[in-house]
Design a protein around this ligand. Structure first.
Ligand SMILES: [Zn+2]
Ligand SMILES: [Zn+2]
Length: 156
């Protein structure tokens, strides 16, 4: 989905645009995917060089446990701010200094919120995702899920 900034671009610095966000279910990586649409709001505030966006979203992730290799669902709420800047050389902004870090607004004044949201979701999850802190994992010999009971190799 894209947010059209054409109107905001014409307004004064500090002007606010509210947009509804709905991201369809999709994969973010091997261990993480959106199980349901991610929904919420974005509040965009015009700045001198671009826009500052407050995101407030909620959804359900489907995650893969690092230890037992089972998929599980986890509700998430993500709230974060992200800066977006108009590309260098854009007629709307004159850049004297180096462009600071930030996501770029597309030349047609469209803002794609997904790359920043995707990054935020991935960063919000631990390196080693666990279905529960006490997950017993799989038996290294026979591969049995030790959460479901012990095997002859490992007694729980
Ligand atoms: Zn697990
Ligand atoms: Zn075993």
């Amino acid at each position: 989905m894209l947010i059209n900034l054409s109107e905001l671009l014409k307004s004064e610095i500090g002007s606010v645009l509210e947009a509804k966000i709905k991201i369809p279910p999709q994969k973010l990586g091997e261990e993480i995917s959106l199980a349901q649409p991610l929904v919420g709001e974005a509040k965009l505030i015009k700045q001198a060089k671009g826009v500052l966006v407050h995101f407030n979203l909620s959804g359900v992730l489907k995650l893969l446990c690092f230890r037992c290799n089972n998929n599980f669902l986890k509700k998430i709420k993500i709230k974060f701010d992200q800066n977006y800047v108009w590309p260098k050389g854009s007629e709307n902004v004159s850049f004297e200094e180096e462009q600071e870090e930030g996501f770029l607004i597309k030349p047609d004044n469209m803002l794609d919120p997904w790359p920043a949201i995707r990054q935020e979701i991935i960063l919000s999850q631990p390196m080693k995702i666990l279905c529960k802190p006490s997950c017993k994992g799989l038996c290294p010999v026979c591969g049995k899920d030790l959460n479901k009971g012990s095997c002859k190799h490992i007694k729980s």
